[in-house]
Design a protein around this ligand. Structure first.
Ligand SMILES: Cc1cc2nc3c(=O)[nH]c(=O)nc-3n(C[C@H](O)[C@H](O)[C@H](O)COP(=O)(O)OP(=O)(O)OC[C@H]3O[C@@H](n4cnc5c(N)ncnc54)[C@H](O)[C@@H]3O)c2cc1C
Length: 431
C-alpha cells in the first residue's frame, strides 16, 4: 500500500488549491499560534517537575484543539472521521509553514502515527468514529503497548495473554518502555490469543483506556532523570470484543503495518511537525555555534567536525525526501521507510558525538547560562535512544536486507513451532 492510499482523499471536489491553503495556514499560524517553545526540541530531556510535564501536556492538548477548530487538524484524515480529507501535499505545506511556530508535539508520535494510522487502516467504523475525532480534538493521547520485558525486538514473541470470556477478553502480562503512559489516555496493545500455532499466527490487537481497572503503571527513571518511560502490569484487565482491532489471531497483519507506520515517524502523512525540525536541531549551523561558544571555531579539527555534521544533516534531508517520494510514487516499497529510519538513528548519534567533541570541557560540566554548550554531555549520554526507540537500527538493517533487497530470511528456530512449545524463560501464566 502506498502512503497516498493510506490517506484517502474523501472530498476531492473541494480540494484546496495548495497556494490558497498555504495562505490560510500562514494566516492561522500568525494569528493563533505562538512562537516555538524551547521544550519542542528537548526530546528525551527532563523538563522539570511532574507538574511542569502535565502543564506541557495540557498545553499540547489545547493547541491541538486550536488547530482542529481552525481546520488544520487531520489534514489527510477523511472528513467523516473529523479530518480535512486533503492530500499529503497539503500536510507538507502546513509542515513547511510551521517552521518557527509552536505545535502540539505530544499529539504526533505515537498518537497520530502509528496509533491513529492503525485505527484508520484496521479499526471498525465505530472505533474510528469514536476515537479519531477525539484524537484530532486533542482529547485522546494514545500510546503503544508493544515492547515487553522479555523480548522487545522480537515483537511477534509477545507474551501478554488475552483469553476470551464471552463478549470480553481478559488481558494479563506486562508491557514496558511505554513513553508517556502516565499522562496518556488510550493504549494500542499487541497480545497473544493463541499459544498452539507458530508465534506470528496467534496474536491479536486490542485497545483500552490506560486507566482501566487492573492496570498498574510504574515509571522508570532514565539516566538523565527523565521519567516518561513506564512499565505497565495488566492483571485481569477486561476488554470488550468490540475493542479488538483486526481479526482474532490475525494481529500480525495489523502489527506489520503498525511497525511500518512507526518507522515512517515524522515522515508520516498524519504528522504535523515543522518540516526542518530534525535538521535545525543539530545541523551545521548549530554545530558552528557550539564551536564558536567553545572558542575553537578557528581550528582545523572544528572545521572538519562542523562540515561533517552539515553533510550528515543535508544527506538526511535529501534521503528523507527521496525515500518519501519513492514510496508515494511506488518506485520504492513501503519497507524502504527503514532506510530513512536507519540513517536517522546513526546520523543523530554521530551529530551528538560531534557536538560533544566541539563543546570540550563544557560537555562534561555545564551551567544553564552556557547557551549552545549546555546539555551537550547529557544529549551524548542519551544518544543511543535514536538507534533503539521505534525499533532498533539493527532491525531496520534486517528489514532493508530481507524485505527491500530480498535477501534470505534470518534463521529462526521457532518458525514452524507452536508458540506454547518454544523454549523461553519464565513467562506470565498461560491459558
Ligand atoms: C526513546 C524510546 C522510546 C520507546 N518508546 C516505546 C513505546 O512507546 N512503546 C513501546 O512499546 N516500546 C517503546 N520503546 C522500546 C523499543 O521499541 C525497544 O527498546 C526496542 O524495540 C528494542 O527492544 P529491547 O530494548 O527489548 O532490545 P532487544 O530486543 O533485547 O535487543 C537488544 C539488541 O539486540 C539487537 N537484536 C535483537 N534481535 C536482533 C536480530 N534478530 N537481528 C539483529 N539484531 C538484533 C537489537 O537491535 C538491540 O541492539 C522505546 C524505546 C526507546 C529507546
Amino acid at each position: 500500500m502506498s502512503t497516498e492510499s493510506m490517506a484517502p482523499v474523501s472530498n476531492t471536489d473541494t480540494l484546496d488549491d495548495l497556494d490558497e491553503f498555504r495562505r490560510r495556514a500562514k494566516e492561522f499560524l500568525r494569528a493563533e499560534v505562538g512562537p516555538a517553545r524551547a521544550s519542542l526540541t528537548a526530546g528525551l530531556r527532563k523538563l522539570g517537575t511532574d507538574e511542569d510535564d502535565l502543564r506541557e501536556v495540557a498545553h499540547d492538548r489545547a493547541l491541538q484543539r486550536t488547530f482542529f477548530d481552525a481546520g488544520f487538524a487531520g489534514i489527510t484524515v477523511p472528513v467523516e472521521f473529523g479530518g480535512q480529507g486533503l492530500t499529503r501535499a497539503h500536510q507538507l505545506v502546513l509542515n513547511e509553514e510551521l517552521e518557527g511556530y509552536d505545535y502540539p508535539v505530544r499529539l504526533q508520535v505515537p498518537t497520530m502515527t502509528p496509533c491513529m494510522a492503525v485505527l484508520l487502516e484496521f479499526g471498525t467504523e465505530q472505533q474510528k468514529l469514536t476515537h479519531i475525532p477525539a484524537i484530532l480534538r486533542g482529547e485522546e493521547l494514545w500510546m503503544q503497548f508493544l515492547s515487553e520485558p522479555s523480548g522487545g525486538s522480537d515483537v511477534a514473541g509477545a507474551l501478554m495473554s488475552a483469553v476470551r470470556d464471552g463478549d470480553e477478553w481478559v488481558l494479563n502480562g506486562s508491557k514496558v518502555w511505554t513513553t508517556g503512559a502516565w499522562w496518556s489516555d488510550w493504549g494500542l496493545c499487541l497480545a497473544r490469543t493463541n499459544w498452539d500455532v507458530p508465534k506470528h499466527r496467534g496474536l491479536s490487537v486490542f485497545i483500552f483506556p490506560i486507566d482501566a481497572a487492573g492496570i498498574e503503571i510504574q515509571r522508570i527513571e532514565m539516566l538523565n532523570g527523565n521519567m516518561d518511560f513506564c512499565q505497565e502490569y495488566l492483571d485481569d484487565v477486561r476488554v470488550p470484543d468490540s475493542d479488538r482491532v483486526g481479526g482474532v489471531d490475525d494481529g500480525w497483519t495489523v502489527g506489520t503495518r503498525w511497525m511500518f507506520h512507526e518507522r515512517m515517524s515524522s515522515n508520516s502523512p498524519f504528522v504535523t511537525r515543522p518540516q526542518e525540525l530534525e535538521r535545525s536541531s543539530l545541523d551545521g549551523a548549530a554545530l558552528r555555534r557550539i564551536a564558536r561558544d567553545g572558542g575553537i571555531s578557528g581550528t582545523d579539527a572544528a572545521q572538519e567536525l562542523v562540515g561533517e555534521g552539515e553533510m550528515l544533516t543535508l544527506v538526511g534531508s535529501a534521503l528523507g525526501r527521496r525515500v518519501g517520494q519513492g514510496m508515494r510514487t511506488g518506485t520504492l516499497s513501503d519497507q524502504s521507510a527503514a532506510i530513512a529510519r536507519l540513517y536517522g538513528g546513526l546520523s543523530l548519534v554521530r551529530r551528538n558525538t560531534i557536538a560533544l567533541e566541539l563543546a570540550g570541557s563544557a560537555g562534561a560540566a555545564w551551567s544553564d547560562d552556557d547557551g549552545e554548550l549546555a546539555l551537550r554531555g547529557e544529549d551524548f549520554l542519551m544518544r543511543q535512544a535514536s538507534c533503539i526507540g521505534g525499533g532498533t537500527t539493527e532491525m531496520a538493517s534486517n528489514v532493508i536486507a530481507e524485505r527491500v533487497l530480498g535477501m534470505p530470511r534470518e534463521r529462526a528456530l521457532d518458525r514452524d513451532v507452536a508458540f506454547r512449545d518454544v523454549p523461553r524463560g519464565p513467562a506470565p501464566e498461560e491459558n
